[in-house]
Design a protein around this ligand. Sequence first.
Ligand code: ADP
Length: 904
Amino acid sequence: MSASSLDTPMMRQYREIKAHHPDAILFYRMGDFYEMFLRDAEVAAPLLDIALTTRDKAKADPIPMCGIPVHSADGYVKRLAELGHKVAICEQVEDPRRVAGRRLVRRRVVEVVTPGLVGDPEGIAAHSELALAAVHAPEGGSSVGLAVLEASTGDFRATCIDVPAAGDALSAPLLEELRRVAPREVLVDAARAPLLAERLAEILPEATVTPVEPGAEATELSVDGFEPGSQDPSQRAAAAALAYAAANQPSAVVHLQRLRPYRLADAMRSDAATRRHLELFENAEDGSRRGTVIERLDESVTPLGARCLARWLAYPLLDPESIAARQSGVAWFCARDRLRGRLREVLRGVRDLERLFAKAARPGAGPRDLVALRGSLEALPAVAAALAEGDDDLLPDGEGGRPAAVACPVPVPEAAELLAEALVDDPPIVHRGSRGAGETGYIRAGFRPELDVLRSAASKGREWIAGLEARERERSGIPTMKVRFHPVHGYSLEVTKANLDRVPGDYERKQTLASAERFTTPELREAEGSVVGANDRAADLERELFEQVRQAVLSHGAAIRAAARAVAGVDSLAALAEVARRDGWVRPVVDDSLRLEICAGRHPVVEPILRARDEEFVPNDSDLDPDAVQLVVLTGPNMSGKSTYLRQVALIVLLAQTGSFVPAESARVGIVDRVFTRVGASDRLARGESTFMVEMRETAEILSEASRRSLVILDEIGRGTSTFDGLSIAWAVAEYLHDTPGLGARTLFATHYHELADLARTKERVRNAHFQAREYGDEVVFLRRLVEGAANRSFGIQVAKLAGLPASVTARAREILANLEGGELDESGRPRLAQHGDELGTASGATPEGGAQLGLFAVEGASPAERAVLKDLRAFDPERTTPVDALVAVQAWIQRLRGSGEKP
Ligand code: ADP
C-alpha cells in the first residue's frame, strides 16, 4: 500500500514552503495554474466561488485542493486580500523542461499580498490610496509613532503623535489621523496587539489589524530619511512598515525613495464627523463621490492629480505662506487659459505614472507593463514644454514668471529611450512566470544583434523545414507525406501505413501511430535542433534582456517618482484654476488674523446643482470676529437655507486653506485651526446610540476642544429632547462659547428656538440674523437672503403644506396655531390662559377635559389669588423675559394658585 498522500515529494516541497507562511493562503504554481491545498483550499474555495476537489483520490487520505488559472490570478488575489487574507504567491523558479531526471522543479514564494500591500495596483480606484499603516506605541511613552506606506505610489510618510497625560496610546489625534488615512491594514507591536486591536477594529472597520514582532528591522534598506537604529517612535513605526513590506513584497520597497516626516500640527485637524457633515469625500446618501466637494474640485486629468487634490483637501494648511504659495500657482494658471488648456491636453498622456512604475517594479511585470510606462514617460517632455511657454511672459498685472508651486516635471529620457529601443510597440501578453513558446517576440529587432542572429537562424530552419515536405514527397514518391510538429517529440515526417514500403532508407522510425508511422532524417534532426535550439535560446535571451531593461528603468525610480510628484502638483493647481475660472471663484486673503469675512459667498456644491436646474443661488455675506461679532444666532423657517449657509461658510474656509480659490465675490479668512460641525442626525444611529446622545457627545467635544482660532458650526442643538430641555441646553452652550475666557471661537448657531435671539440683548458679541421669507396669501416664499435680526415667524405650517401634508391637516394646524399664539392653548393643544371663556369655546371646540380649567379663569367670582395671577399674566411680556425667568414665573404662579386652596 502506498504511503500517505502528504508524503509525496511534491507535497513535501509544498509543506516545507507553507511552513514559512502559516498565516497566508499559499498559491502554489503548477504549470498554468495556482493550486491551493489542504486547509487553504477549504478556506479559499468558498470565498472565491471555485470548486473544491481532492488530489490522490485513490489514497486513504485524499488532499483537498482547488486551483485557479494563472492568467486570471490577480482578480482572485485581490478578492482574498479585500477579505482580510494574505496570499503567498509561490512560483516555479526554473524551467520545468530543463529539469533533468525526476527532480522537482524548484519553487519559491516571490511575494505575499496582504490587505495593505495588494501588489497589483490595477484594482485600486485611481483617485484613492490603499495604505499600510504601522503604529508604534511604546509602553508608557510620551508619543506614538505612525507610519503610512502606499506601495502602489511609493509614498512613505511618518509622524509622531503626543500621548496625553492620561497615557492612552490611542489618543484622539492618533485615532483621528488613522481615520483620515483609512489604511487597509494596521501593523501593531505583537505585545500590545490584544490591547489595541479591538479599539482599532472599532474605528477602522475596513482595516485588518496585523500584529508584528518588534525588532524585525529592514536595516539593509536604504531609504532617504529613514534611520534604521533610531528610537524615535515615528522611525520605529517606519521600520516596522518597511520590514513588513520587505518581507512580503520586496518590489514595493526596493524603489522607495524617501521617508517623508510630517507633523499633524501643519494641517488643520479634521474629524470624521466634520468630513461627513460637510460631505467632503463621501455623500451622506450612499457614501459615493456624487455630490461631494472633492467631486466638484477634482478637475484633474491624471490620477496623480486626483490623489494629490484629495490629499490637499484632507489636510488643509495652517500656514498663510504655504497657502499663498499654492494660491499663486492657481492664480498663474487662471491667468493663462491657453497654456492651461494645452497643458491639460498633454498631461492626459502621463496617465498614472506612479502606479505604472509600481507595476513595472513587481516580479510579475510583463512587457506590456513596461510599454505602458514608456507611454507615460514619453508624455513628460510635452508637459515640460507646455509649462516652459509661460516661463517668461509677464502679464499686464505684472505677475509673471512661473511661481515656485508650479514645479516643472523633469523628463527621464534615458528610461523612455531605452524602453523605446528595447520593446516592440504592441507586445504579446506574457503571463507572470510563463515560459510558453508563443509568449516571445517583445524585444525589438535591432536591439541586440545576438537575438537577431538567433531569430534568423530559427526562421531559416523553419523555412527549410517548411520546404521539406515538398522535397521529400518528390524524393520518395509518397504524395500524402506530411511534416508534423509535436510539442514533446518535435518535428517528424508522417507516412500512412499503406505507403510504408516506399519509405527511403535513410528514414529513422520515431513514433508509431494507429494508422501511420513518423520518421526523422539526419538533416531534419539537425535543422530541428537548430530551430528549437535557436528558439529556446532566443526566448531565454529575450527574458534576460527584458529583465536587464526592466532593472535599468527601475534604477531611474527616484527621477520617475519625482517627475510624478511634479505632475501631480501642476495637474492639481491647473485643476483648481479650471474650477475657479469656470465657476467664477476668487482668491481669498488668508492671514493670521481672526477675521472671517465673506462677501457674497456661495455653496460650492449646491450652486452648480441649482444652476443645472436653471435656478439662482442667492449669495450671502458673513463677518465674524472674536472681538466684535463672535457668535451669530441664525433663525429662519425650515427650508429657508440655514444649513446650506452654515456649510457654505465652513467649506469656504476649508477651500481657502487648501490653497484653492473660493466661491465668493471676495473673502478674508483668518487661519482656522479646526472646523467643528454639529449638524443634523448622525449615522452612528445604526450603532445603537440615540441621536440625542450623539449630538451631545459631539457638542461636548466641541466645547472641550475648540480654541479662539476655531470655527464652530452648530445646526440645531438640543432637538432630540423636550422643548425646555433643548432650549436650555442650546442657550447654555451658546453662553459657554461666548463667555468662556480665551475661547471666543467664531461661531454660527442655527436654531429653531427663536428664544435664543434674546442672547443678543445681553451678550456683547452675539448678533442675530435670519433668513427672510415672505408670505403671499397662505404661501411662503423663501428669499434665501440672510438679514440682520431675529426671525419672528417659523412658517412651519406653510412648509408642511409645501411638503404635501393634507389640506385638512394644515388648516387645522393653522387653527391651533392661532390659539397657541393667542395664548389660549398650551403646547398639548389644551386651553389655558384664556381671558374670555366663550372665545375658547368657539376656537377650540373646548373639550370636557379642557372644560374644567375653563371654569378657573372664566367665572366671575375668581379668588383673589387667581385674579392676582391673571393680572401678572396680562402684564407679562415674553419678549423681555429670558426662558429661565419665564420658567421661574410660571412656577410661582402655579404655586400661588395651588396655595390658594381652590379646587379646579
Ligand atoms: P434649512 O436648513 O433652513 O432647513 P436648507 O439649507 O436645507 O434649509 O435649504 C433648503 C433648500 O433651499 C436647499 O435644498 C437648497 O436647494 C435651497 N437653498 C439653500 N440656500 C440657498 C441659496 N442661498 N440660494 C438658493 N437656494 C438655496
